[in-house]
Design a protein around this ligand. Sequence first.
Ligand SMILES: *Cc1c(COP(=O)(O)O)cnc(C)c1O
Length: 470
Amino acid sequence: MIYRDTRDLSHAVDFRTAVLNGMNEKTGGLYVPETIPRLSKDIIGRSIAPSFRDVALESAKLFVEDEIPNSDLQDIIIDSYPFSAQILPIDRITYVMELFHGPTCAFKDFGARFMARTMSFFNRNENDALHILVATSGDTGSAVGSAFHNVQGLDVTILYPRGKISPLQEKQLSTFTGNVRSLSVDGTFDDCQKLVKTAFVDVDLRQKFRLSSANSINISRLLPQSFYYIYASLYVKQRSTLDTKIENPAIIVTVPSGNFGNLTSGLIAREMGAPIEGFIAATNENHTIPDWIYSGEYKARPSVLTYSNAMDVGSPSNYERIQHMYTLKQVRSILASYWVDDKGTLDAIMECYKNTGYIIDPHGAVAWAAWNNIRSGAMAKLLNGEKGNHKKPGLTPSIPSWAKLITEKKAIGILLETAHPAKFGEVVYQAIAREPSIPDRLQRVLKLPDMSIPISNDYSQFKDWLIENL
Ligand SMILES: *Cc1c(COP(=O)(O)O)cnc(C)c1O
């Protein structure tokens, strides 16, 4: 499979290069598959919906082609996914897809684990380790650290701003051992990012070490996220005739979004043939994309802090991929968009709990608010000619092709629950006066000793540390 640069379509690379380089440094563009392959009828048309690993292997083959032999690819899948996505109905027409059953309790495990094992495969004939440097403000660092832990030939250094992330997140980041370590930087997230960026362009360091990044723009993190959309839509399609008594329902997937990597993966799954009618892009007060869908003008802006902090992104990098895949008109036909403020997020946690008994985290709650309001009247109002107001929380005034299916009650919803509620216990408590129970794998981390190494935000100190310790 050939991958192209969104900013220079004449630039073409193979999968290996796209994975190891992450992006085209020269243009700053992102890699996208040249064409999106279609899933075989065997997968899409099976009378019993395929398992998650089946879907993962059959889909991955299409993007990797002959660059990884099938038996190795199967090992990568098996090793990446000792867990799966879990789908459960929470009301008559709503399913939640829980994506937090991986080691760090957030959906980023799906992408990070596949990326780590793919990088390790491509690095297998090298004598030297590949050194990954990551700056993180939370979930990404722990998913990446955990994903690369004990993976052969790879070595990871994580930088995070000391005392500026949640205590649980800090615990998750500071307790790695072996080939993964974390530096707690006396500074901000931007300082961490600057240290990493400076290291990447430091000729001296580059001569000594093979350096790479592991951030969210890497295509090998995006592709595996499409696996669970395919899996869920096939599973729900099969279940729904029994569960909902709606004949051949249209599936609408609501995605709580920040950098829009997860939603882009959903769009890829749909292009591959997953039976998904449309999407709802749900954001917090960082509503750059809803505004773009409304006005047609893309305006990046500084991010605002909210309760769903993993979605606090004012300049979502995957906008570039979405724009490469579709015209604005096509985007408006596939996507509805909706945004909520912090009060709306708390209300949604409470409402979801009250109506269904399901305890949802603040990120999933943004998706619940969007889906629940759209199916209970917000879309009908738009169809009836109400103007709406994109500056206020709510449904963006733009009518997707599937709008009528909602009002005619022919649609069912899948909500992505991207993190375990226990990761955001304080916010959940504020909403429902109840603490979610903490899963064993988080509890265990809380007991581990702090292994992080404190450093200042001074580049020369960071560089000296790398030279002495890598
Ligand atoms: C990263 C993250 C998101 C946002 O995903 P994007 O791919 O950046 O849109 C949502 N929820 C949680 C819990 C996350 O960690």
